[in-house]
Design a binder for this molecule. Structure first.
Ligand SMILES: C[S@@+](CC[C@H](N)C(=O)[O-])C[C@H]1O[C@@H](n2cnc3c(N)ncnc32)[C@H](O)[C@@H]1O
Length: 298
């Protein structure tokens, strides 16, 4: 699904945003917990991106961990942030456009099992209310999971946290400031990057290829991201590189990904598993970090 790309806003000098949060706000950080959140991989990804980026693209936005890290060090002029999940995109748009109303809405919510299921059952119409509901459910639901049933209704159970911080005004305001230099919309990854050109950079963090046939790697979205999608992504990665766009990608370390990214420069890293409810599923996993730099043919 692709929504109309909004008209670009007048660009603000990136320095303005940096000095403001340095003055009064904490450095911007992710506002949602997201499956596959990249917090631990950030230094490795940042080291592979240019110091100065004209337009930064993050087409599998999720928790936006890499975007916020780049914003902290003021490394791009402008950002295009997209994801296929409209509820997620609503959160960033609302926080960008009217963070004070999002905070007000969240501050009216209370924390209890009953309140959780009441809010989960609602289908608010306005952008602010929809965004506040998603933030609340993400912060108070089981393990920060995003899961929907066949009709697209969010169906994660209550999380039983003692004191979840679903309303964190300084964090939300810092995120809002970082998002002022961004265009945010729902898009498939391929269309999202079609205008990327020399001087721009893209970080792809797709749903990973499953490590074993039993792992359900598409659990946090409605439409599966199968082998065909992985192949389409690898072709796009190559095309962007040929257009001199600086492309970086992460994925699981599997025979499929090794084959797909064989022509490029690939580093293997070991990361602790992020969201997994079964203790047996925890521990380290191998990941690949791919940079568009063709290996010399042997
Ligand atoms: C691994 S998560 C991204 C994690 C994120 N980088 C972070 O730091 O939290 C993958 C994201 O891709 C999105 N997605 C799945 N299929 C997509 C598609 N075809 N186009 C764009 N986004 C898609 C999902 O909604 C999900 O938010």
């Amino acid at each position: 699904m692709v929504t109309e790309r909004p008209k670009p806003k007048k660009r603000q000098p990136a320095e303005t945003a940096t000095s403001e949060w340095r003055a009064g706000l904490p450095p911007p950080k992710p506002i949602l917990k997201w499956a596959g959140g990249k917090t631990r991989l950030i230094p490795d990804v940042l080291a592979r991106l240019p110091e100065h980026i004209t337009t930064y693209y993050e087409p599998f936005l999720g928790g936006a961990a890499v975007f916020f890290a780049l914003a902290r060090s003021n490394r791009f002029e402008h950002a295009i942030l997209t994801d296929k999940n409209p509820e997620l995109v609503d959160v960033y748009r609302a926080v960008q456009q009217d963070v004070e109303s999002v905070i007000e809405e969240l501050s009216r919510m209370t924390h209890s099992e009953q309140a959780y299921y009441h809010i989960r059952a609602q289908k608010p119409r306005g952008l602010i209310k929809r965004a506040a509901r998603t933030i609340y459910l993400n912060r108070t639901g089981y393990n920060g999971l995003y899961r929907v049933n066949r009709s697209g209704e969010f169906n994660v159970p209550f999380g039983r946290y003692k004191n979840p911080k679903y309303c964190d005004p300084p964090r939300l305001r810092a995120a809002s400031l970082a998002l002022q230099d961004a265009e945010i919309f729902v898009s498939d990854f391929e269309q999202a990057t079609r205008d990327a050109t020399k001087g721009d950079a893209v970080y792809f963090d797709p749903p990973y290829v499953p490590l074993s046939p039993t792992s359900n790697f598409t659990a946090y979205q409605r439409e599966p991201f199968g082998l065909g999608e992985q192949e389409r992504l690898a072709i796009l990665f190559d095309e962007l590189g040929r257009r001199h766009v600086h492309a970086v990608l992460s994925n699981s370390d599997t025979p499929i990904t090794q084959q797909l990214y064989k022509p490029f420069h690939v580093d293997k890293v070991s990361m602790p598993r992020a969201i997994n409810s079964r203790a047996s599923g925890r521990g380290n996993v191998g990941e690949l970090l791919v940079v568009y730099r063709r290996q010399k043919a042997r």
